[in-house]
Design a protein around this ligand. Structure first.
Ligand code: NAD
Length: 783
């Protein structure tokens, strides 16, 4: 890497589906981006369209001011300002080559040029390109939607300048927060080759074994650690035309592929495409919503839509008894009923196909697993899944249907090596198919995980839902890992107890401070509602009061202890999850954090300091000189009252969930190392915060809020019960009976009235109904 390499400005060529969203993500990262298209109308419309897309490609609407829209006829010379130019135009070799010829005279020395092609070979793209430029040309294949998918496949040629390549990979990882994977120059590269094979195979097998669309999706989604959209809904989202286009590329170009026929469309799929039933974008595909709003799925034979009707299968029932998806996969792989046989068929064939392709698409199995995790949202890649179902055991079962293993797996087994990954001397190793031996996965100091430290024997104490782990350098880690719902981490007694124990442990062992985080998908989706509902049913009001009080006390202890505590949230950070991080000195949040105080949705208000934190944060943010400023209170009232969830950490900063001194980290994998660094630096001259006093608007402000509530009820915007909750919330936020512009209240008072309000709402029948509904349906009831 040379000192001169830097990326201040980027150009994106093309403002279609990918171009506009890639530009949006540069803007998210704070990078100035020039977007070009054929004419000004097209490019302006392209960006305007991206502002309406769901899921939102932007962290926050304001970032769009980093994007400048331009066209090739009038503005080509502005390419000279750019350090990286990424082409994302239509997938046609001649068009891409023509455009390169047109732009190359305008780019400056050292500018990197890359293509977002999904499957065109780099050797063809650079065939007639100037040698000097082609050294700085490679493929950077982003996945759709680029804000959310972590994967960027990198395909280089044998003349690519390695300094430029390394520099750009670092930029993509550190500044854009993505994960890069090196792929070989083969059709569809890694993720689409394996992923689309898996989808086409699943469609074929479903057809052969006469399994309905909804039943296939039931067994190929979250049950086995894949996205909720599973197979057919994913195809509808991607678009049947796009999916089959990628499949056709493999069919046309992988002529020696023994599984080539799988990439051919079954007849019914051709008919659907001919009818224009392309999925979500045409409002019907494998699924459609009937006029009455009922979800229907298509019948492969008749092409008629019927209401979805999931069958009950014993294997799925047994699999569901397991909390971890890894255990569910094991159940399904070796069960004996119709759906598990189907599952076995798709999983075993996908694993075999991947192992046969491996050497031709990648240098190692680690890249293949990462590509599938980061590009297709699988929790585990194919070789990791294979380890779960057991290589030796599964091969025995596969051999009953006369399969052939690739020679590198034969060699593995001959040398009595039965797993693709293995921990040797505390480090994870993978099986190298080139050398036929295990090789270590190099540990990047930025990509720390609790799991890494556990492998180093650093576990201090494992409780049900949280663990204490030594993160070295005098830092203690508290890892959240709920025993009941690992993917949501509801705050329970075990988490609170571990947090309390960790405070003592740090004191006794003279450590520097604590990091609170986790390795999973979500930091915490809130309190354990089951626990609260149980107590409500038993009318155990003292029990609820104690529960809330112990959480308030624990979090206040955390806040005022004399060493630094940093929380590192990611994914969902709701209710009690937010109250936990809100009490810490500093929040180092993943950019993709969805933070919100959502208690109103279940008929409650925040009970463990949420209101207090919001008032405190907004007081510091708005910095009004008027005592008891109403706007602070009103702001908090609207955010909590409407259970507003920030759709990114940038938004959370604006809404007051995050504070000015908190920090956003774009790469989720860097979160733990950044949080650890922060504790080390804060510990040098740490002073705990002081107990705050708040001047709040008091009864006059409360009257205004109550008036607003009445108006909302009248206009049908909220229900009577919403108004009742709103009134309690207004009482707390305006300072209860003691608070006013000239009678400040302290933290303890606010916590007491918040707890009282919480408790009284627990006694409401409609609140009970809201909690029950949420637990049953996973969404709020507005009663
Ligand atoms: P798109 O059809 O949405 O947009 C194509 C863009 O190319 C449009 O802005 C169009 O104006 C422009 N264009 C068309 N002809 C042109 C020409 N002759 N010169 C200059 N510009 C021209 O396509 P997309 O889905 O955004 O795909 C763009 C690239 O990204 C393709 O290479 C595609 O394979 C790749 N890709 C797509 C996806 C996806 O999910 N859509 C995912 C990864 C990669």
């Amino acid at each position: 890497m040379t000192d001169r390499m830097k990326i201040n400005k980027v150009a994106v060529l093309g403002s279609g589906v990918m171009g506009a969203q890639i530009a949006a993500h540069f803007a998210n990262a704070g990078v100035h981006v020039l977007v070009f298209d054929l004419d000004q109308k097209i490019v302006d419309e392209g960006i305007a369209k991206s502002l309406k897309l769901k899921p939102d490609p932007y962290y926050d609407r304001d970032v769009v001011n980093k994007i400048t829209t331009l066209n090739y006829s009038a503005h080509l010379e502005r390419l000279g300002e750019c350090d990286w130019i990424i082409e994302a135009i239509a997938e046609k070799l001649e068009l891409k080559v023509d455009l390169y010829n047109r732009i190359i005279p305008h780019i400056k020395k050292n500018t990197i040029l890359t293509s977002n092609t999904s499957g065109i070979s780099i050797s063809q793209l650079i065939k007639e390109m100037d040698k000097e430029i082609s050294k700085r040309f490679f493929i950077t294949h982003f996945f759709n939607p680029p804000r959310y998918m972590k994967l960027v496949e990198i395909v280089s040629s044998n003349i690519t300048d390695l300094n430029h390549l390394k520099f750009l990979k670092d930029f993509i990882e550190n500044k854009l927060g993505k994960g890069t994977v090196d792929a070989k120059d083969t059709p569809n590269f890694i993720a689409n080759r394996i992923g689309v094979y898996g989808m086409m195979l699943t469609i074929n097998e479903a057809l052969n074994s006469n399994i309905s669309i909804e039943d296939v999706d039931a067994v190929t989604g979250t049950l086995i650690g894949r996205p909720k959209s599973a197979t057919f809904r994913t195809a509808d989202i991607v678009g049947l035309d796009t999916m089959t286009y990628v499949a056709k590329t493999a069919y046309d170009k992988c002529v020696d592929d023994s599984e080539r026929d799988i990439f051919k469309n079954p007849k019914f799929l051709d008919r659907m495409i001919k009818n224009g039933w392309l999925g979500q974008k045409t409002k019907q595909g494998f699924y459609k919503k009937s006029d009455e709003g009922i979800i229907q799925s298509i019948d492969f034979d008749t092409l008629e839509y019927k209401n979805v009707n999931k069958k009950r299968y014993e294997s799925i029932r047994v699999a569901r008894e397991n909390i971890k998806f890894e255990d569910r996969i094991k159940v399904l792989a070796y069960f004996d009923d119709k759906i598990s046989s189907f599952f076995w068929s798709i999983i075993s064939k996908t694993l075999l196909y991947t192992s046969h392709c491996a050497d031709s698409i990648s240098d190692n199995i680690v890249s293949i697993d990462r590509a599938m995790r980061w590009g297709f949202g699988w929790e585990l890649g194919p070789f990791e899944i294979w380890d779960i179902i057991g290589l030796e055991k599964s091969v025995k079962k596969m051999k009953t249907s006369g399969i052939k293993l690739p020679s590198w797996i034969d060699k593995m087994l001959e040398s009595s090596n039965f797993s693709f990954y293995k921990i040797i001397n505390k480090n994870t190793h993978y099986w190298c198919f080139k050398k036929n031996r295990y090789k270590p996965i190099l540990q990047d100091d930025k990509n720390l995980t609790f799991n890494f430290y556990k492998k180093q024997n650093n576990l201090i104490n494992k409780h049900w839902s949280a663990s204490m782990i030594d993160l070295d350098d005098g830092i203690l880690g508290v890892e959240l890992h709920s025993v009941l719902k690992a993917e949501l981490n509801p705050i329970d007694g075990s988490i609170i107890e571990t947090l309390m124990n960790s405070l003592n442990w740090v004191k006794n062992n003279k450590y520097k401070g604590i990091v609170i985080s986790g390795d999973g998908i979500n930091f915490s989706a809130g309190a354990n509602l089951n626990l609260i509902l149980n107590a409500i049913c038993k009318k155990d009001w003292d029990g609820i009061d104690m529960l809330i009080k112990s959480m308030q006390n624990a979090l206040q202890n955390l806040r005022f202890i004399d060493f630094p505590i940093v929380s590192a949230p990611y994914g969902l950070v709701l209710g009690g999850g937010y109250e936990t991080i809100g009490a810490t000195d500093k929040i180092i949040a993943a950019a993709e954090s969805y933070i919100g105080l959502v208690e109103v949705g279940v008929g409650l208000i925040p009970g463990a300091g949420g209101n207090l934190r919001m008032i405190s944060n907004l007081t510091n943010k708005i910095k009004s000189i008027v005592p008891g400023s109403f706007s602070i209170c009103q702001n908090a009232f609207e955010t909590i009252g409407f259970a507003k969830v920030a759709t990114s950490s940038n938004r959370a900063m604006k809404m007051g969930y995050l504070r000015e001194h908190d920090r956003i980290v774009i790469n989720r994998m860097h979160l733990l190392s950044e949080a650890k660094k922060e504790v080390i630096s804060m510990s040098l001259d740490y002073k705990p915060p002081k107990n705050e006093m708040f001047k709040l608007p008091g009864s006059s402000g409360r009257l205004v809020l109550e008036g607003t509530l009445k108006g909302f009820v009248k206009s049908g915007k909220i229900s009577e019960h919403d108004a009742k909750i709103g009134k309690k919330l207004a009482y707390v936020l305006t300072g209860g009976s003691k608070g006013g512009p000239f009678s400040p209240v302290d933290e303890k008072y606010l916590l007491d009235i918040e707890r009282e309000a919480f408790l009284s709402l627990c006694g409401e029948q409609k609140t009970k109904e809201r909690i029950e509904y949420m637990l049953r349906n996973g969404k709020p009831l507005r009663n």
